[in-house]
Design a protein around this ligand. Structure first.
Ligand code: AHR
Length: 506
């Protein structure tokens, strides 16, 4: 059976905010230390201790923003410990992540230098759980205030006279858990209080993001929205915060203690993972529905600032470091998420995969012994999809039923698609999640004709395939010839377990 789809290439949907392709770097395991930052004495090529091969690889993704310093770490991080001469910075214990010592050598200046090297906007998560309003307020002043003020002088004394532009500001993290174990009502008040004292200096306008719900905790989102407006209110204008976040991880195993292996899994587990990933559609729709009740004009943003797969840590690694390999399965989890992000482009303003290097669903893995750097299958999905950033979303409708299969209590649709238009080109992303069966899609392009078609495929022999320093390109994109165009009809053959992008001139 051929799947018949329709894309009206001249009917504009909302803009896909480039920030939904955002990233996350926490002081956790080997994400910052050993991943991004190797220190100034390292023999790995670096700039000011920042690993340059990692930077170069990430620049190819056009990463729009980087969230830091956590995660749970953010709510025990005191920014003043991470400025000034490195040998005078205090050492602390990273109680959340392995109980290791944190020497604070990677602090505010190092993070901002990293963002400058990456060409990414910083997204800073302030400490609400164990910090103070004054501490957060002064961090904003330190970063963004020009001219003469106590924090601007301190910044200049530490070698940076000009302020940095910083837009994205998180008011804590997971306040329902590691960020302070607060009730929704209590945190909502705290978010207003902290947000009040995070000031705009000069031209720097903060976009403040309240720490949001865990997965389907819609009541948490409603508590936050009640702070901004009333049911049915048309105009939400708040200086306290501008967006609310939500976190959702794709977890396969039956319990948190048994999340399953990142590389050793059977087909049944694979489908369970994909069904868990596909749940993001229902979750974003649910949170959007709550926001729509309080903010029908869509002035408040939804931010999914942690998402991705979470498996058992790789055997022999520190359980607190959350190091896991990354297979073709992870790539398909990512591609399905992006289709959903594109469909929710009218509300979703940002998303951050957890995490960029060496932690959870990483783009890059670094080998502590050989020092080699490996690009993961997930990296390649970000690269193949980067043309959707800031593009106009195009609706994809189907004239035939999509293939599906039961997975536990859920039904998993096994073909996923999204499309956008930018600079006179169409970009269509297609995922076939079926482990064994190919699929054929015929797309009726209405309102335009396509030419100059180029397609790329990411697949592998087995779902469990992954890249290592010894075999870095087992899962790698290659040019694909399974696509034909005939006037306004685009035909795509999708092999089993494959991700394909098709770019065409319009
Ligand atoms: O990304 C790992 C952790 O997951 C983050 O620190 C926390 O916010 C979440 O629970």
């Amino acid at each position: 059976m051929i799947i018949q789809a329709v894309i009206n290439v001249d009917l504009d949907g909302p803009r896909i905010n480039r920030h939904v392709y955002g990233h996350f770097a926490e002081h956790l395991g080997r994400c910052v230390y050993g991943g991004f930052y190797v220190g100034e004495d390292s023999d790995i090529p670096h700039e000011g201790g920042i690993r340059l091969d990692v930077v170069d690889a990430l620049r190819a993704l056009d990463i729009p923003n980087l969230r830091w310093p956590g995660g749970c770490f953010a709510d025990e991080y005191h920014w003043r410990d991470g400025i000034g001469p490195k040998d005078e910075r205090p050492v602390m214990v990273n109680t959340h992540w392995g109980g290791v010592e944190e020497n604070n050598h990677f602090g505010t200046h190092e993070f901002m230098a990293l963002c400058e090297l990456l060409g990414a906007e910083p997204y800073i998560s302030g400490n609400v759980g164990s910090g103070t309003v004054r501490e957060m307020s002064e961090w904003v002043e330190y970063l963004t205030r020009a001219g003469d003020s106590p924090m601007a002088r301190l910044r200049a004394a530490n070698g940076r006279s000009e302020p940095w532009p910083v837009r994205f500001w998180g008011l804590g993290n997971e306040a329902w858990g590691c960020g302070g174990n607060m009730t929704a009502e209590h945190y909502a008040q705290e978010a207003r209080r902290y947000g009040t004292y995070c000031r705009d200096y000069g031209d720097n306008q903060l976009y403040k993001i309240a720490a949001g719900a865990n997965a389907d905790d819609y009541a948490w989102t409603e508590s936050l929205m009640k702070q901004l407006g009333h049911l049915g209110c048309q105009h939400v204008r708040s200086t306290a915060f501008h967006a609310v976040s939500v976190h959702y991880y794709t977890v396969t195993g039956p319990t948190w203690e048994e999340k399953g292996s990142a590389t050793v899994f059977d087909t049944g587990e694979y489908y369970t993972t994909m069904a868990a990933a596909a749940r993001i559609e229902q979750l974003l729709a649910g949170h959007t529905a709550v926001l729509d009740c309080y903010d029908p004009n869509k002035s408040v943003g939804l931010v999914l600032d942690e998402w991705g797969t979470w498996f058992d840590v790789a055997r022999g690694t520190n359980p607190g470091f959350l190091y896991q390999q990354n297979t073709l399965r992870d790539a398909l989890v990512a591609s399905v998420h992006f289709d959903v992000f594109h469909r929710h482009a009218d509300r979703l303003v940002m998303a951050n995969i957890a995490q960029t290097v060496n932690v959870l669903q990483a783009m890059i893995l670094t080998d502590p012994d050989s020092k080699a750097m490996v690009l993961t299958p997930t990296y390649h999905v970000f690269r193949m999809n980067r043309g959707h950033q800031d593009a106009t979303a195009l609706r994809v409708d189907f004239r035939t039923a999509l293939p599906s299969r039961p997975v536990g209590d859920a039904t998993l649709t096994t073909v996923s698609m999204s499309a956008s238009r930018k600079d006179g080109r169409l970009l269509v992303s297609l995922s076939n999640l079926d482990a064994t069966a190919a699929a054929d899609v015929e797309i009726d392009l209405r309102g335009g004709t396509a030419g100059d078609v180029a397609a790329v495929i990411l697949t592998a022999v087995a779902l469990q395939d992954h890249n290592t320093p010894q075999a870095p390109a087992v899962v790698a994109p290659r040019a694909y010839d399974g696509v034909t165009v005939d006037g306004g009809t685009l035909r795509v053959h999708l092999p089993a377990h494959a991700f394909v992008t098709v770019s065409a001139g319009l």
